[in-house]
Write a protein that binds this ligand. Structure first.
Ligand code: DQA
Length: 149
């Protein structure tokens, strides 16, 4: 049976395409989602997409992923990466493997972006490749799940 994965997008990522294009590029969130859908069909997995600007909505969606029995999460937590104990607790609580993804290279930016509260409990982190970070993150997560990781 195909793995089912959640592609979760945090605050301000609904603005992709117009938001700080010099940092995040000009690809819109809809374009990223449809690119991932084609990759998913090649890989034989099914994606569920969700974006929210609030921490509570993201946490509720993570809980729902557990109820739905989803197999993994590709997550760009946006600014919550650097601040959210509650999102980390939710991810640990549902025990669903996830990959943390960022368009920008957070380690080459302001020092407050260098720390991720989520990366230590993630399978891994991909950052710095623009929209291609999501492609890499999805491929890596599927490979990890299939390797039994
Ligand atoms: C981001 C990096 C975060 O530091 C920032 O707050 C974002 C986007 C990225 O994809 O590069 O909102 O997650």
């Amino acid at each position: 049976m195909s793995e089912q994965l959640l592609v979760l997008q945090g605050p301000n990522l609904n603005l992709l395409g117009s938001r700080e294009p010099e940092t995040y590029g000009t690809t819109t969130l809809t374009q990223i989602q449809s690119g991932l859908d084609s990759l998913a069909s090649d890989l034989g997995v099914v994606l569920h997409h969700f974006q929210a600007n609030g921490e509570g909505a993201l946490i509720d969606r993570i809980h729902l992923a557990m109820d739905q029995g989803l197999d993994g999460i590709v997550f760009n937590p946006g600014g919550y990466t650097h601040t959210s104990v509650a999102l980390r607790d939710a991810l640990v609580g549902v025990a669903i493997p996830f990959v943390e993804v960022h368009l920008s290279n957070v380690h080459a930016r302001e020092s407050f972006r260098h720390r991720s509260l989520l990366a230590p409990v993630a399978v891994g982190q991909v950052c710095g490749f623009g929209a291609f970070s999501y492609t890499l993150g999805l491929q890596a997560l599927v490979q990890e799940l299939r390797a039994g990781g």
